[in-house]
Design a protein around this ligand. Structure first.
Ligand code: RVP
Length: 498
């Protein structure tokens, strides 16, 4: 006979945190948000630590290289999606690993024979006012000069004129070699009152541009997550179908961590695939999931998973529960899996971090997930709203929205994630829609982090492990849930980032 689990399946909205006593030395500025990403011996440091407990979802609509760069600079980590050919995912990983803070790959490039009119079009498209003139019009061609919007006026000059006639030629341009550090480049920018300094290799090929504004920008990110060579860290999603081909290529490209991406990770396929990766690439951490209970966590942890993702059917774009009747309220799932993680630690001495994935709608849900035991969270909808995400920004009568679609939607058709028995989706498990546009990731995430810090202070916690072990949560009735919201007629809709 089927087993009925006595406990009701609960979600984040049903809980609130009680404030704990706050000590005088516990303040937002000193709260420590560091958290382990991967399996480690209990009491020792994890080989990869996040400086802020945020990861972005393994989704086409979310984790672009641009978003991965922004998130790693803000202390978190992205997992680049695997719903693309191996060579494209490899190129995305390389783009993040090759990012050098302050060293920009030029995106506005022309040949000397191109017309000023063509240059105006490119500048409009990229929004940048400095263009590299290279022999072949690429970002890595032989550098012949620079042309900026100050070198011509679209109304005063003949737009049919070639760019070469108005550029500052290489002979008159200060340049630096590839080994130049950012502070050396910055010294040149200031000493010689330059706006832009090209970096060229021994053959005169353009490598990067350094802008004065980017140097100051770099100082804004004290919590970047970087590897031993000071390159930003990035993760990559993998699946149980083509891992034998995908994993070697991702490891070679420099991915820092991998994660099996499945809507149901409690399977022999995933255990087999984990075993294979651990045998052939023991040095690369690999996560597993998704699961919603302790039994499934233990299964994956024993198969070698370095972290386990929790969540089935709770994603904002997810209709798995409607379609298949499978899933569990995210709060119940996290609480159950966190208990299994702690039991596994007691039994084996190994700490296997868990990630609460999906269904985090409001900023305070992040605090609840972490209080309930998650080591870090993964979010799709949240990150899809930012400039750096893949979806198009679409104007509406009330402002802008961004496209956001599920991996199980017809648009993404990620059959490797949904395992419906064959190659292709038989039915949709996700929808295709829009989310409110929220601007730049740096600013949006800073606000969410500020809220998390102040919640932790109210709960008297200076670190995430302390938060987990001392948090007191209460269930809310429907009536008290109503009380949580403003109970007056609002003059204006409040600004919201969730
Ligand atoms: P959310 O943050 O609520 O948007 O949820 C994102 C999560 O939803 C992903 O990390 C993934 O686990 C899940 N997902 C992705 N696509 C779909 C779907 O199409 N059903 N679900």
């Amino acid at each position: 006979m089927a087993q009925i689990i006595a406990e009701v399946s609960r979600t984040f909205n049903e809980f609130l945190l009680l404030p704990n006593r706050t000590r005088i030395d516990c303040s937002s500025a000193t709260v420590d948000l560091r958290t382990p990403l991967v399996r480690h011996i209990d009491g020792e440091a994890s080989a990869i630590e996040l400086h802020s407990p945020f990861t972005s979802a393994i989704m086409q609509a979310v984790s672009t290289p641009e978003l991965a760069i922004a998130l790693a600079r803000n202390g978190g980590l992205s997992f680049l999606h695997h719903n693309q050919p191996v060579h494209d995912q490899v190129a995305a990983v390389r783009e993040v690993k090759n990012f050098k803070a302050g060293f920009v790959t030029s995106d506005t490039n022309v040949r000397p024979g191109d017309s000023l009119g063509a240059l105006v079009d490119i500048m409009r498209r990229t929004g940048h006012s400095t263009a590299a003139v290279t022999h072949d019009g690429t970002a890595t061609g032989r550098l012949l000069g620079l042309v900026t919007s100050r070198d011509f006026h679209p109304e005063r000059h003949d737009l049919a004129e070639p760019v070469g006639g108005r550029m500052t030629a290489i002979a008159d341009l200060p340049t630096v070699g590839p080994d130049t550090t950012l502070s050396e480049a910055n010294a040149r920018l200031w000493d010689e009152r330059l706006d832009c300094l090209p970096v060229v290799d021994a053959d005169g090929r353009l490598q990067h541009l350094v802008f004065r504004s980017d140097y100051t920008d770099n100082k804004r990110f004290p919590h970047q997550v970087v590897d031993a060579a000071k390159r930003l860290r990035v993760g990559a999603g993998i699946n149980t179908h083509d891992y034998q081909e995908r994993v070697p290529a991702l490891v070679e490209a420099g991915a820092d961590a991998l994660c099996f991406d499945s809507s149901d990770g409690y399977s022999d396929w995933q255990a087999e695939a984990l075993t294979w990766v651990k045998k052939h690439y023991p040095e690369i951490p690999v996560g597993g999931g998704n699961v919603v209970d302790g039994e499934a966590f233990t299964f994956l942890a024993e198969a070698g998973a370095d972290f386990v993702k929790v969540g089935v059917g709770g994603g904002s774009i997810c209709i798995t529960r409607d379609q298949k009747g499978i899933g569990r309220g995210q709060a119940s799932a996290v609480l159950d899996v966190a208990a299994a993680r702690d039991a596994f630690r007691e039994r084996t001495g190994a700490y296997v971090p868990i990630c609460s994935d999906g269904g985090l709608v409001h900023d305070y849900h992040v605090a609840l997930a972490l209080a309930m035991g998650a080591d870090f969270v993964m979010m799709g909808r949240y990150f899809a709203r930012f400039d750096q995400a893949a979806g198009a920004k679409v104007p509406t009568r009330d402002g802008f929205v961004k496209e956001y679609w599920g991996e199980g939607s017809n648009r993404a058709r990620n059959w490797q994630r949904y395992g419906q028995g064959g190659q292709g989706l038989l039915f949709e498990e996700g929808v295709d829609g829009y989310v409110p546009y929220a601007g730049d990731l740096d600013e949006g995430l800073a606000l969410t982090v500020a809220k998390l810090r102040t919640t932790m202070v109210s709960c008297g916690s200076a670190t995430l492990p302390e938060f987990r072990s001392t948090a007191r949560l209460t269930l809310v009735s429907d009536q008290s849930f109503q009380e949580s919201h403003a109970n007056v007629t609002l003059r204006d809709a409040p600004a919201t980032h969730s």
